[in-house]
Design a protein. Structure first.
Length: 137
């Protein structure tokens, strides 16, 4: 009987630590959340953990729906949303629906798995940033 080779694999970083990393990166690259950068860019994260809660109707009655992306960026009157997913994460039906609505209304949407991918989205969307974070080679 042959031996099974030991294979060391890195743990998957869950969404909460990823969101903290990305918030730190956006603070460096754009401005603190809720503040306008010198380029006219504003961003913030949306906390909707435990969406259903104990009384789900309260949130729904206030317009809080399932699938809202994690990060919102505003530049020149256009909405850019970013859904943060762990390496093994997949979009829910509600997230796909909200992203489709953002795209249909003229906004932009991205799904990112780390800060490097978020910066790539900002660059692809021509959103100006400070370029202080070193990008991997």
């Amino acid at each position: 009987m042959g031996r099974v080779a030991f294979r060391l694999t890195a743990p998957i970083v869950r969404e909460h630590p990823l969101q903290k990393q990305i918030a730190s990166t956006l603070t460096i690259e754009i401005a603190p959340p809720g503040k306008v950068s010198r380029f006219g860019v504003c961003w913030w994260s949306i906390d909707h953990a435990n969406y259903a809660g104990e009384v789900p109707g309260v949130r729904i009655g206030r317009g809080v729906v399932a699938g809202i992306p994690d990060t919102f960026v505003l530049f020149r009157g256009l909405a850019y949303v970013i859904e943060i997913k762990a390496e093994d994460g997949v979009l829910s039906d509600a997230q796909r629906s909200i992203i489709a609505a953002v795209l249909a209304s003229g906004g932009r949407a991205g799904v990112c798995r780390d800060a490097t991918e978020v910066l790539a989205c900002l660059d692809a969307w021509d959103i100006p940033r400070n370029r202080r974070v070193r990008e991997p080679i």
